[in-house]
Write a protein that binds this ligand. Structure first.
Ligand code: UT7
Length: 382
């Protein structure tokens, strides 16, 4: 039985455009000093007009599949954790499935805000553990820049865009995703929210409304309260998941937390009596990329050589919902050498996948026209 879900591939994508704190200080009343001291953030990436949550997710997933050496046609499940989908449906995951040409994959989005990646990892690893699928692509992808009020200095300095992905593969060898703890507390829903595009008839207390009575499609956050919540749940969820695995903090090589604010992690480290070196941080470069932040940090940790085979690592996420989650993963791969030719050849595969997709769309249109012109377009019951 292939019941252990191992991470065998990882990939990330960041848009080219880099926005510095100084640039933000020309837009709102802030300074590089304030932002860096209070959050640890110096820069963030912002998606170009032609980029979407789905295109970012596709880029990250394609890279992860290259590392995993897995053909898209073999992928069985795609989960995209995101709070910034383009549509309620089709899901971002379905768009990624199409871009990849992953013709045999089930695909859906998962909404758990900044904890989304850890939630999705758990869903995918359990699907592998039960034998429902043999592999899965788990992606965290966000275009936070599209849901920010760029005149609100309390939030616009915090967030960034990006995507990270991992490929999970079933194996009979013990390892991979070992234990996970998922938690939520909906009584804190008003502390951090992003209304859906069309208004919800039952408003959340404290959520913002535009003058026509509809929700504004922007993030609303009570920073101080979320800060307090985060420092508590990071420590408790790490302790919880360690207990599930019968491990202690000494057995953990690296903790990769959701990258929201360096001060939050420093406070959590103090609570856990752990040195900051145990925590991997890259919030300085990417800002808070919500569900994408953990897989983005994982990619950086791997490329900096911070992970070795047999290391136990912890992912810990926290955010809107309120939600929080932690996972222990045994890291058991060494990054493969990928030649330029191999990489480029795999890109050709995706151009072909887009061609096939276009062809299918065209075929559907032709068939619909043929049915119409043959007079077979009567309403049911007519
Ligand atoms: O992804 C998970 C969810 N998000 C988080 O984890 C975020 C959690 N919260 C935080 O990280 C912090 O609360 C913030 C970084 C958002 C804010 O830091 P803070 O130390 O809690 O500041 P504050 O909200 O208490 O504000 C202190 C002061 C205020 O001025 P007054 O009222 O003291 O005069 C703010 O108006 O700082 C002011 N302020 C700013 N000043 C310059 C708020 N934003 C800015 C800014 N530049 N960008």
């Amino acid at each position: 039985m292939m019941r252990y879900a191992h991470i065998v591939g990882w990939g990330c994508y960041l848009p080219n455009r880099l926005v510095t704190n100084d640039e933000l200080s020309t837009m709102v009343d802030t300074t590089d000093e304030w932002i860096f001291q209070r959050t640890g953030i110096r820069t963030r990436h912002i998606a170009a007009a032609h980029e979407t949550t789905a295109t970012l997710a596709f880029e990250a997933a394609a890279r992860a599949l290259t590392v995993a050496d897995l053909n898209p046609s073999q992928v069985e499940l795609i989960i995209v954790a995101t709070s910034t989908p383009e549509y309620m449906f089709p899901s971002t995951a379905c768009k990624v499935q199409d871009y990849l040409g992953a013709s045999r994959a089930g695909a859906f989005d998962l909404s758990a805000a900044c904890s989304g990646f850890v939630y999705a990892l758990q869903m995918a690893s359990q699907s592998i553990a039960t034998g429902a699928v043999r592999n899965a692509v788990v992606i965290g992808s966000e275009t936070m820049s599209r849901v920010i009020d760029w005149s609100d200095r309390g939030t616009c300095v915090l967030f960034g865009d990006g995507a990270g992905a991992v490929v999970l593969k079933g194996s009979s060898v013990p390892g991979g995703v070992m234990a996970t703890t998922l938690r939520s507390d909906g009584s804190g829903a008003d502390l951090l929210s992003l209304p859906a595009l069309y208004h919800n008839p039952v408003p959340i207390a404290g959520a913002e409304y535009s003058s026509n009575g509809h929700h504004k499609n922007i993030i609303d956050m009570d920073g101080r309260q979320v800060y307090r919540f985060a420092t508590n749940v990071i420590a408790s969820s790490i302790q919880d998941v360690l207990k599930k695995c019968e491990l202690t903090a000494d057995d953990i090589a690296l903790i990769i937390p959701h990258q929201a604010n360096t001060r939050i992690i420093e406070a959590a480290a103090r609570k856990l009596k752990l040195p900051m070196e145990k925590f991997y941080m890259n919030v300085e470069h990417n800002g808070n990329t919500s569900a994408a932040s953990i897989p983005l940090a994982l990619c950086d940790a791997v490329s900096e050589g911070r992970l070795r085979p047999d290391d136990n690592i912890v992912f810990v996420g926290f955010g809107g919902g309120l939600t929080w989650a932690a996972s222990i993963v045994k890291w058991d791969v060494t990054p493969p050498e990928i030649s330029f030719v191999d990489h480029e050849w795999k890109r050709v595969r995706y151009i072909m996948a887009r061609g096939r997709s276009r062809l299918r769309r065209w075929q559907r249109r032709v068939e619909a026209n043929m049915v119409r012109s043959s007079g077979n377009n009567k309403e049911p019951g007519n």
